[in-house]
Design a protein around this ligand. Sequence first.
Ligand code: XIL
Length: 375
Amino acid sequence: MEKKLFEVYKDYFRVGAAVGGLFYDEEGAIKKRQRMIEWFSTHPKPEWMTDDFKFPELPKGPFIDSKILANHFNLVVAENDTKMSNMYPKPGEFDFSSADKFIEMAKKNNQDIRWHTLVWHNQSPEWIFKDDDGNQVSKEVLEQRLKDYIFTIGKRYSKDICSVDVVNECISDKTFKLRDGNDRSKWFDILGPDYIDKAFFWAKEAFPNSSLVINDYNLEMIPGKRQGMYELLKGMKERGVPVDTVGLQMHINMEYPPVSEIEKTIELYGSLGLNVIVTEMEISVYHDFKDGKEQFQPRREYTQELMEKQAARYSEIFECFKKEAKAGILKDVILWGITDRFSWKNDFPVRGRTDAPLLFDIEGKAKPAFNALVK
Ligand code: XIL
């Protein structure tokens, strides 16, 4: 009989997956597609969205992804539905419908649940930063809104949630300091640097039984950013801020970073007495960074050979995870998706270029990477 992925690692860490709304709330997915169409009808369109562009119809289920999810993972996170723009689309109007269904699904599957995410510069509703006249809101008002938001979410969901991304992506890739308005963070611009501490103190009250996570990308890739996050956390610990876990997103690729950098990163945060979790892992087959700058690679064939190489890479990284779990630092490993068919990397960072970064192929068949991990 086929081995279950999470069982193979149960003595080391939980193995999780991010789940798209299509797999537990088709009705909600249709609603959100409509919302997006409306949004683009009143906002500037990106270059690729030509006049004759049509938003693709949503595929119809049932989806094999749901089965794989129930079978192989013991931890879940919503890929989009629990973000602020979806939870709180209009002033005073929460939309709990998709999050409720997500949690219902997880409970049915007997899976632990993470919340992604409370404060983030992306996927926040525009209105939250504005007053009734459309002007930028004051610090006091925004602070109150954020506090209310955290407590509203906590009140409804904290009993079901074991781990919360309190602040997401707050370190700048350019300055390695807190992301500010030059880097699209209205939170920083309006609230100032202490919004992070405050969010954690509120989250501690609102989610008293969850681990509280600060989550970011490229920490294992860019030593300066890694160090910037370290400085931030050191200060937070000294100030008694209740952060207990660092989330490494780990959107990595076949070539970079070497395992030694991943190991170093986990151990660096471990040295502060913090836990580490891997929150959004996938291994892209594209390495779009060369000679110090972004250079997008053309679509390649996903040959057996390439997939075997990917398997070896997953495998050596999971060995490192086992080691760091044994050392008491690493607690969870979550993949950002289930099958390659629905990976967000199919459109990012290059629109229309597919990728093949996960453990199951577009038909839901186990890839060499999956087989290597359950060996
Ligand atoms: C991505 C989702 O996967 C996409 O479906 C969505 O269009 C954009 O967001 N870092 C994060 C995640 O913290 O929330 C992002 O998820 C991927 C990068």
